[in-house]
Ligand binder design. Structure first.
Ligand SMILES: CC(=O)N[C@H]1[C@@H](OP(=O)(O)OP(=O)(O)OC[C@H]2O[C@@H](n3ccc(=O)[nH]c3=O)[C@H](O)[C@@H]2O)O[C@H](CO)[C@@H](O)[C@@H]1O
Ligand SMILES: C=C(OP(=O)(O)O)C(=O)O
Length: 429
């Protein structure tokens, strides 16, 4: 298994290109199942999750062509996928594939809507909580589906097609909003989705569905109205920049000090998190090129945060922010309100000398003067990158093990950071 070796202490200086968003690319690829015509997606990140979803879609009969790289191409440019779901040969998404990635479960909505039947294994994904799928299933039931659980599989049937309905989510769910939006787009009649997630990735999916001919209003607000259409057609869409990758590198720059341009990043996608970073002492400026992050001389200030659905502080940046707070001048409190078990980075950060006390859903972090390098274990995607951020500021060598978690969501992480002066390398094995 590969490891990442970091020798901490260098300031980050330079430019980091921001990739397309994993959490938008995945539902966009899945939306291809809704049409017999070709969906062309640009700016798709090269990630393990994207490759796995290509395999899952391939299993359903979807044909995907990827543009190759030519000499002289920007090594960080995203890929273009031409996705052709003209024929669906199999409506089963098997356990061995779906159990490895949460988002793959979302094929259930489009398969059901288009084929009238779907058999999809219950999902896996980052082990950060129980993560049930009841909201997805209730949304599909509201649209007229008959759903049973059989031997670990969701078996959904709607032989006469889905019918528009009012769907009220009891709690904000990104994935269930994706499911409802995709299924309602081709249901008969009008649907209203209430308490919908407002994340930018929902807006990106809605924008692409609209290009495909869907009639959707209100994406980005809590109430989304969808007038179902008989069929969707070909479209071309570019995936929006990854706000979590952006926030992660912004925190890395705030942690090490220095001056970094996050090229291609969109500040409007993470205003709340950037404001929190400003309070922590980082200077942040939006420019034509992206977001410039600096921290010169002054130390890191403690800031309390609680995660919340968009536009609140993202749970996907909680671990990275905790890493930053380990070196703050004072005490901060970090509360996780979305997932009940998203603190696995705490004991690993402690190996580097961080002082963190847990009480229920809140971590109290006592900033320390110095962190010291140590062997640590990546436990999930964002937890892993929090260890990288801490390692960049720790004295001596940090060896991050189980980096396959990182490869799910961070494209060319070592190249991007070493390009800004970090001492970081992958050790294959
Ligand atoms: C691939 C992707 O985009 N993953 C993101 C997505 O995950 P995901 O879509 O899985 O997360 P949700 O927004 O659905 O989860 C929010 C909360 O709702 C609960 N819940 C969800 C669905 C359901 O049927 N029943 C239920 O109880 C979850 O356990 C959790 O407590 O949004 C999360 C919250 O921003 C992010 O951390 C993940 O990175
Ligand atoms: C939790 C995440 O991914 P997933 O939902 O695929 O587990 C994430 O992207 O941080």
């Amino acid at each position: 298994m590969d490891k990442i070796r970091i020798v901490g202490g260098n300031e980050l200086k330079g430019s980091i290109p921001i990739s397309g968003a994993k959490n938008a690319a995945l539902p966009l690829m899945i939306a291809s199942l809704l049409t017999e015509e070709k969906l062309i997606l640009e700016n798709v990140p090269r990630l393990a999750d994207v490759a796995l979803l290509q395999r899952i879609l391939g299993n359903h009969g979807v044909d995907i062509t990827t543009n190759g790289k030519r000499n002289g191409d920007d090594p960080f440019a995203g890929q273009t996928l031409e996705i052709d779901a003209r024929v669906i040969v199999d409506t089963t998404a098997p356990y061995d594939l779906v159990s490895r990635m949460r988002a793959s479960f979302w094929v259930v909505g489009p398969l059901l809507a288009r084929m009238g039947v779907a058999r999809v294994s219950l999902p896996g994904g980052c082990a950060i909580g129980t993560r049930p799928v009841d909201f997805h299933l209730d949304a599909l039931r509201a649209l007229g589906a008959d759903i049973e659980i059989d031997a670990g599989y969701v078996v959904a049937k709607a032989p006469k097609g889905l019918i528009g309905a009012r769907i009220v989510f009891p709690k904000v769910s990104v994935g269930a909003t994706h499911t409802a939006l995709m299924a309602a787009s081709v249901a008969r009649g009008e649907s209203v989705i209430e308490n919908a997630a407002r994340e930018p990735e929902i807006v990106d999916l809605a924008d692409c569905l609209i290009k495909m001919g869907a009639r959707i209003e209100g994406a980005g607000t809590s109430t989304i109205r969808v007038e179902g259409v008989a069929r969707l057609k070909a479209a071309r869409h570019a995936v929006l920049p990854d706000r979590i990758e952006t926030g992660t590198y912004a925190m890395a720059a705030a942690m090490t000090g220095g001056d970094v341009m996050l090229a291609g990043a969109r500040p409007d996608l993470l205003e709340g998190a950037l404001e929190t970073l400003r309070q922590a002492g980082a200077e942040i400026d939006a420019t034509n090129e992206g977001i410039r992050v600096r921290r010169n001389g002054a130390g890191i200030l403690p800031v309390d945060v609680a995660t919340a659905p968009y536009p609140g502080f993202p749970t996907d940046l909680q671990a990275q922010f905790m890493a930053l707070m380990t070196k703050a001048r004072g005490r901060s409190r970090i509360t996780e309100t979305i997932f009940e078990n998203r603190f696995m980075h705490v004991q690993e950060l402690a190996r580097l000398g961080a002082k963190i006390h847990m009480d229920g859903d809140t971590a109290t972090v006592e900033g320390v003067e110095r962190l010291t390098g140590a062997p640590v274990m990546a436990t999930d995607l964002r937890a892993s990158v929090s260890l990288v951020i801490a390692g960049l500021a720790a004295e001596g060598e940090t060896m991050v093990q189980r980096v396959y978690h990182l490869d799910r969501g961070f494209e060319k992480l070592e190249e991007k950071l070493s390009g800004c002066g970090a001492e970081i390398e992958r050790i294959s094995g």
